[in-house]
Design a protein around this ligand. Sequence first.
Ligand SMILES: [Mg+2]
Length: 262
Amino acid sequence: MNFSSIRLVAFDLDGTLWLGDALLPGALQSVQSLSARYRIAYHTNNSTRSDAEVADKLRRLGVVADPEAVHTSTTATARHLVEEGLSGICVIGSSGLRRTLENHGLRLVDDASASHVVVGMDVEIDYHRITMALQVLLKGGLFIACNADANFPVEGGHRLPGCGAMVGAIQGAVGRGPDRLIGKPSPCILAQIAAQHGLRPEEILVVGDSLESDIAMARAFGSPAVLFGAVAGDASEAGVVRVADHAGLLAWIEGEIGVGWR
Ligand SMILES: [Mg+2]
């Protein structure tokens, strides 16, 4: 990997920097060491919290982070809607998603007269809301998914249903998948990070624990990537750099750019 061109390290959050409400061992050391040399950004498919709320959580856990460094699928969705001039949105999602869309000046419509449907993580989704989304999509609205993650890790080795379960409910009703996918593995979030910093794809190193989302996003955008942690699935394919933990990440970077960089 040509490390000399790297200007920014883009960390995934769930499963890479933290699990539930605890930082992973060595995560703070990783961020502190790398931030002395590189700009740092954080990306997450989380569609329930705003960037500011995620930055608050990072700070609570001891990681100094500005909201501008945080890139959620929530905010990426709002920015995409604004860029595309899409409004009159029916939301399947959390109050955090609704608030983020409204803060970007988007008009939300809570009935079948809406123009488009945005689907995020929604722990209260029910038949009534699926019906509303179906009516909007049947009259030609766009089906926009914050992400399509099947499930996500929490403490204790458990996993919980992700946004993909909500997307699947709407998909099952309307008989087609999303027209737009904003979160990983779509390159949308990485493109927004690159635009914010004025960087080219090869100047961003993506670190994440999912081959299917983090590494796929990096590839779609043309950025180098590191697969973090013990993951299920085949990570043995050519071109995937893999590190076991944060100590391994720092050791690998040291090997790439030379001892004494810290
Ligand atoms: Mg992850």
